[in-house]
Design a protein around this ligand. Structure first.
Ligand SMILES: [Zn+2]
Ligand SMILES: [Zn+2]
Ligand SMILES: [Zn+2]
Length: 306
């Protein structure tokens, strides 16, 4: 299983429009961050996590030719407002839809009808409100994406969503809080029970309950990679700062931890230094790093494998 991080920046992206700070004017490509999005490839299936305003550029840059499903974390604009550019994939996808046995059996009415978009029941409601032109009858013309919004709330570690050939890919949603907004993390895993390997993607959160932490651990099996919201050093009302992200990472214990949704306060290099300086307070992460694991800021184009 492969996850490509196509964007690792905060809602403004980095560089921030009009900003002349050292990070925004840096020539290091690690300091250029598009809005958060990831592409998961496994068993000949291609899944997108979030469809922000940079999606069209990301799809061209990473040569996405087909999508089998989309997973939305929450309804903030930086994760959703590229939704119209799913048009090309939703029209191309009728072939993929009817080939996917699980979806075809579960949702026969959607077969060939569009692209499955998984999200929470709550976010589904927001998407309907925000983009009525996609879901409500309107004057035709100009083309609209054909999307089938499917709630994923019931897909816990006991009952993962199974996709791909021979249901090889398991997906579990992780409820989290993002200020007073609800958001979904996702754990993608594959392999039999005792050999299960996973990648956890937990962006846009500042509170992960004990139950959600144990869901991540149960769903991920051997968690190779954790991608976690880590906005900046200073606290924030709806995002983890670096220390909060490290504290959650300490409990999850992935082999590799990656910060995402990063703002322009510090350069990639400075964040790496910050992590190095603070790791001593996190014994489990220190141990993992001493055994060849890592804790680092993510960057656009980073490919994770599990
Ligand atoms: Zn965001
Ligand atoms: Zn800046
Ligand atoms: Zn958000």
């Amino acid at each position: 299983m492969k996850m490509t991080l196509m964007g690792t920046g905060t809602s403004h992206g980095v560089p921030v429009i009009g900003c002349t700070c050292p990070v925004c004017t840096s020539s290091d490509p690690h300091n250029t961050r598009l809005r958060c999005s990831a592409l998961v490839d496994e068993a000949n299936q291609h899944f997108l996590i979030d469809v922000g305003p940079d999606f069209r550029f990301q799809a061209l840059k990473y040569k996405i030719c087909r999508l089998d499903a989309v997973f939305i974390t929450h309804s903030h604009a930086d994760h959703l407002h590229g939704i119209d550019d799913l048009r090309i994939f939703s029209h191309k996808n009728s072939f993929a839809m009817s080939r996917d046995r699980v979806i075809a059996e579960k949702y026969p009415e959607t077969s060939g009808e569009g692209l499955p978009v998984y999200t929470s029941e709550r976010t589904k409601g927001y998407i309907h409100q925000r983009f009525p032109y996609i879901f409500v009858d309107h004057d035709k013309g100009g083309g609209i994406p054909k999307l089938h919004l499917i709630p994923i709330d019931q897909n816990t570690s006991e009952n993962p969503l199974l996709l791909g050939d021979e249901e090889k890919i398991q997906i579990v949603q992780i409820p989290m809080l993002h200020g007073n907004h609800h958001t979904n993390g996702y754990v993608f895993s594959h392999g039999a029970k005792d050999q299960k390997k996973g990648i956890a993607y937990l962006t846009d959160c500042n509170f992960i309950s004990d139950q959600s932490i144990s869901e991540v651990i149960k769903a991920g099996g051997q968690i190779e990679h954790l991608v976690i919201d880590a906005l900046r050093e200073k606290e924030h009302s709806s995002h983890c700062n670096f220390l909060q992200a490290l504290a959650y990472a300490e409990r999850i214990g992935a082999r590799h931890t990656w910060f995402t949704h990063i703002t322009h306060d510090m350069s990639h290099e400075q964040i790496q230094e910050y992590i190095k300086a603070h790791l001593i307070n996190f014994p489990k992460l220190s141990q993992i790093v001493s055994e060849g694991g890592s804790v680092s800021p993510a960057y656009d184009g980073l490919i994770l494998e599990a």
